[in-house]
Design a binder for this molecule. Structure first.
Ligand SMILES: *Cc1c(COP(=O)(O)O)cnc(C)c1O
Length: 411
């Protein structure tokens, strides 16, 4: 480093490596600032954000309306705790319920907390409404699931890497194969209170279930008095080209979990939604969160919902998603056996790399060197999930670079 130039990328990477716990393996890009779909590093190099912070930045970075809403609220009050009422929480919850079609919403902060909320609600509903003997409630979860990183949640992960050395784990979970009704029926018992499931398995590699699966699951849950709990922390709020992924199959879950994009890319905001018959198992004292539903979070999240609606971001995802998919499929056709599959829905696409022919991580690093941000998941899948504000021009630029990286060294 030039001593006059001040700290550079290498220095910041070294600092995080020296003082941070080693629980991440970041792509070596040191972000200094970002706006909408573009990101700049500390040396001023520009990147197209094709990752969208795992769907937390669906509105684009620092959306001016969200920044303005945050600034307005920061001139008033940010955090009071739920010991009092506020004039931003009610309007946010009302808007969220009206958009999602549920009677009540319970605000939390992170996705994992909203999943924990769902687990508590499902179990209590199982005992108090369904009549399951105390302490016996079971929740069915999919193999390959990702619902967060708390100890209860990783306890029912099927990924050894997420679990190793962290036990003992909470009992009360049984596994089924994602997309397979027969395996759900085999895992169920009279003590099953809920099925907790992602509509598309993101961390598992953007796995889309067979058409009709969720309709069958919905019917089965209804017939067996089992709650269908849909974790749309990553899929929800327009990502798949509908407000919620469950709409693609014309069903409605009994409860919905939202997070990531709910915070407008500024703050952690999550929520658990259900109707009275389910949500009413919570009474004062049974659940809570100091920061959940804080005034700043509620103001930003409310504005975030309005922006999705008024800027027609769901429609944009429905239009740009298939375009990105077609362009990536063209690359696949040119790439030969390196790319095994291109799959996804809306602006949420996984490019599956055959490890016999290349490394997803290496491709992600080469993409970053050339100004495109993506991220590998499960070692073989490159995830593309740009902000929903992405333009055709930026998609073209990003895919052209991807094409160059993939075809490099080929005749
Ligand atoms: C990211 C994610 C979570 C966890 O959210 P955090 O905010 O990281 O706790 C839960 N479920 C799904 C489907 C997710 O993608």
């Amino acid at each position: 480093m030039d001593s006059q130039a001040g700290p550079g990328s290498r220095d910041y990477v070294a600092l995080e490596a020296r003082y941070g716990a080693r629980n991440y393996h970041p792509v070596p890009v040191v972000v200094d600032r970002a706006l909408d779909c573009l990101v700049w590093d500390v040396e001023g190099r520009e990147y197209i954000d094709m990752m969208g912070a795992y769907s937390a930045v669906s509105h684009g970075h620092l959306h001016p309306r969200l920044v303005a809403a945050a600034q307005r609220q920061l001139g008033k009050v940010a955090v009071t705790s739920r010991a009092y009422y506020g004039n931003t929480l009610g309007p946010f919850l009302a808007k969220l319920c009206s958009i999602a079609g549920f009677q009540r919403a319970l605000p939390m902060n992170t996705g994992a907390e909203a999943v924990e909320t769902a687990i508590k609600c499902a179990r209590r509903w199982g005992y108090r409404v369904k009549g399951i003997p105390d302490g016996q409630a079971e929740i069915l979860v999919a193999r390959g699931n990702f619902h967060g990183r708390t100890n209860t949640i990783i306890g029912f992960s099927s990924e050894p890497e997420y679990r190793a050395g962290f036990g003992p784990f909470a009992p009360g979970f049984r596994h089924f194969d994602f997309g397979d009704m027969a395996s759900i029926e085999a895992a169920a018992t009279p003590n099953t209170c809920a099925v907790l499931i992602e509509p598309i398995q993101g961390e598992a590699g953007v796995i889309v279930p067979p058409a009709g699966f969720f309709r069958e699951l919905r019917d089965w849950c209804t017939r067996n008095r089992v709650l269908l709990i849909d974790d749309e922390v990553q899929a929800g709020l327009g990502r798949t080209g509908r407000w919620f992924a469950f709409e693609h199959e014309g069903i409605r879950p009994d409860a919905l979990i939202l997070g990531k994009a709910l915070g407008g890319g500024l703050l952690p905001v999550s929520a658990f939604l259900a109707d009275d018959a389910v949500m009413d198992v919570f009474n004062p004292g049974s659940h809570g969160s100091t920061f959940g539903g804080n005034a700043l979070a509620a103001a930003v999240a409310l504005e975030g919902l309005r922006v999705i609606e008024e800027e027609r971001l769901v429609e944009r995802a429905a239009e740009m998603g298939p375009y990105l998919m077609r362009r990536l499929q063209d690359v696949q056709a040119a790439a030969g056996p390196l790319i095994r599959d291109v799959r996804g829905r809306g602006l949420w696409i996984g490019v599956d790399i055959d490890p016999a022919h290349g490394s997803a991580r290496r491709l992600v690093e080469r993409l970053a060197e050339r100004g495109v941000l993506s991220k590998e998941t499960h070692e073989t899948v490159i995830r593309f999930a740009p902000p929903l504000t992405i333009t055709r021009e930026l998609i073209d630029r990003a895919v052209d670079i991807f094409r160059g990286v993939v075809l490099q060294g080929r005749p």
